[in-house]
Write a protein that binds this ligand. Sequence first.
Ligand code: NAP
Ligand code: MG
Length: 399
Amino acid sequence: MAEKIQMTTPLVEMDGDEMTRVIWQMIKDQLICPFVDLKTEYYDLGLENRDATEDAVTVEASEATKRLGVAVKCATITPNAARVEEYGLKQMWKSPNGTIRAILDGTCFRAPIVVAGIEPTVKTWKKPITLARHAYGDFYKGVEMRIPGPGKVELVYTAADGSEQRETVHEFESAGVVQGMHNLDASIESFARACFEYALGLNQDLWFSVKDTISKTYDHRFKDIFAELYETEYQARFEEAGISYFYTLIDDAVARVMKSEGGFVWACKNYDGDVMSDMVSSAFGSLAMMTSVLVSPDGTFEFEAAHGTVQRHYYKHLEGEETSTNSVATIFAWSGALRKRGELDNLPDLVDFANRLEAATIGTIEAGQMTGDLAAITTLPNPQKLSTGDFIAAVASKL
Ligand code: NAP
Ligand code: MG
């Protein structure tokens, strides 16, 4: 066998839970370690170890990402009451993705992996659409109140010097509900910066959409911050790259996205991004074909699959039954991280390997060999449905 491809800086490796943890090991053993002299700083974010370390491992892994710049993360369980009981947890630990995001201050970019034979539901879409979701504030950090009956609701801002600003929200004559939410200029600016940088990295247009005609202060602030940053820092670079920045109202954007060919980055506020990323991913075929990367404004990258730990398949696996779990998004998390490491460390062989790993994965599916989720929707004739392990073995032999 030829000599293995060398790395200089380790990747931050965050292991995870259930079926994706099983897949994780198979990918390393069969698709990466035979070809690459893999260097990682390993953090076990599996739920048992998060519990044993009082979740310190999640914080350490995030700090390592700040230090080393590139991480690859396996899907992890976000515990709920049922998981607390199942794993006998000391407490209901917070979502690891939330913890990582809070430390890295990032924006989440999600893009579908496009293969022939898995056709988008939207016929005009020829190229992937990358959805960029602002991951801070709005009603995800909102406060809400049920209003039991008649009375006045006001917004009150008390400045540090004690002065006040007041707005009446509503004079209630009967019962209802209210909600207060916020965002921060600094968070919106880092979101905008991450989107401009990402579009430049992909060499694709950037679209941004809010509802500033109705929300003349709140949404308008988003529009202004994007526009100011574009004019002062990005316009020249965009023009040089031959790409454009395009702002439009969210409802107009939705209509245009449906008639587009794809091939651009669509930046959305937190809620719009939550909803639209699920629409875009399901219209492209499958959640298991969606990659996700968290990009921080200071240039760190954390790659992962968009789906969860595929719990139902894992329980079948534990029963000794054969599973057919799609590993494509997890393979692309690895290839994305290796490619970025190769670019940052100037290792063309590593970049080339990442490209070949992706080509072998796509080539395997396009040759008709795929897991059950894709076999059920493909337009290819006579697809061969493979088990979890056989699919990875098929990719390995192509590689
Ligand atoms: P999920 O793991 O994404 O799976 C939901 C369903 O989607 C599966 O039951 C399966 O459908 C299908 N599916 C998802 N990924 C697939 C794959 N790779 N191959 C084939 N089918 C796939 O979501 P969940 O069951 O709601 O959540 C399970 C755990 O994952 C939870 O504890 C949750 O906290 C965690 N989670 C983690 C992340 C993350 O770490 N980023 C994200 C989401 C959820 P069928 O059963 O019909 O085959
Ligand atoms: Mg959602």
